[in-house]
Write a protein that binds this ligand. Structure first.
Ligand code: DGY
Length: 321
């Protein structure tokens, strides 16, 4: 019998082709709707390998029922949706998709920062809704980006790629990370500082750290209070790093000037969420790595890792080494 692979979202046929030639491949046939929990559990029972999305909870229950599962390839660099400890105990390899998405995610992070600072979304809507009556001296005046201080919380590969882009804007670069990043300091002139310093000194506080027990809810009411009143907060990592109620209050009360958010505690965020009522919020639907090229490479990497494991070889990007 051929090994059974279950893919939890519709992926293009040409991407899945290398697996279909060798294995029995089944796939949730919707691109826009996540696989129902019951289907995931049923499929995990039969599977030798799972290709999952960040929208699924791959928790202990999924791992327990997946008695034959040897590998779970998660289509993201982040793997906070997967219970890695439970998988490791069962000897299941967890793979992610680092590197191939770094530049695209950095591009989007900077695009979000620029759109928020220069009020691009508000301005575009202003024109489309026929509100533009005349040029005027302070019409939709925003915040400068060049020569400002960017504070990057989480100096992984994406953080460094954002810092590299920031050098092109002559920005002063601060960062906070679990460990010092020599390359960012020497190559990009980034200066290491404490989390408190970063929060207090930055014009742009950019959150790029992974979601862990240490970072969950790290952006609290108190942290937003310690930011400059002109600060802009950007989040392109994971929503649960932020107390969204506190962020809403900070934006509403003018404790900070704006927020660009690609990620939320609950995804998709409800259209009636208070954050979406604020003009100084730019909200995107978690599209950090979403260029056709990067998403294709991420899918290909998942496919390759599954094939490598099922062929008894080392995967390219193993999380639980
Ligand atoms: C990731 O890969 O973790 C991103 O959030 C997906 O865009």
């Amino acid at each position: 019998m051929k090994p059974y692979i279950y893919i939890t979202r519709k992926l293009p046929d040409h991407i899945v082709e290398p697996l279909s030639q060798k294995y029995e491949v089944h796939m949730w046939e919707r691109e826009d709707v996540p696989v129902p929990r019951e289907t995931l559990l049923e499929e995990a029972k039969k599977a030798d390998a799972l290709l999952t999305m960040l929208s699924e909870r791959v928790d202990e229950e999924v791992i327990e029922v997946g008695e034959n599962v040897k590998v779970i390839a998660n289509l993201a660099v982040g793997f906070d949706n997967v219970n890695v400890d439970a998988a490791t105990r069962k000897g299941i390899a967890i793979c992610n998709t680092p590197d191939v998405l770094t530049d695209s995610t950095a591009d989007l992070t900077v695009a979000l920062l620029m759109a928020t600072a220069r009020r691009v979304v508000e301005a575009a809507e202003f024109v489309k809704q026929g509100q533009w009556k005349s040029w005027s001296p302070l019409l939709l005046a925003g915040h400068d980006i060049h020569h400002q201080t960017i504070g990057i919380f989480g100096m992984g590969s994406i953080g460094e790629a954002v810092a590299k882009r920031a050098t092109g804007f002559d920005m002063n670069i601060l960062y906070h990370n679990r460990s010092r990043k020599q390359s960012a300091e020497e190559r990009l002139g980034a200066q290491y500082c404490t989390f408190d310093e970063l929060v207090a000194k930055s014009d742009f506080v950019v959150c790029l750290a992974p979601l862990t027990d240490e970072t969950r809810n790290i952006f609290t009411k108190d942290v937003f209070k310690r930011m400059k009143r002109s600060a802009i907060f950007i989040n392109a990592s994971r929503g649960p790093l932020v107390d969204e109620e506190a962020l809403y209050r900070a934006l509403k009360n003018g404790d900070i000037a704006g927020a660009g958010l690609d990620v939320f505690v609950q995804e998709p965020i409800g259209a009636d969420h208070p954050l979406l009522t604020l003009p100084n919020v730019v909200a995107l639907p978690h599209i950090g790595s979403s260029s056709v090229d990067s998403r294709s490479k991420m899918m290909e990497l998942c496919v390759e890792n599954i094939d490598l494991i099922l062929s008894g070889k080392e995967p390219k990007t193993l999380v639980n080494k």
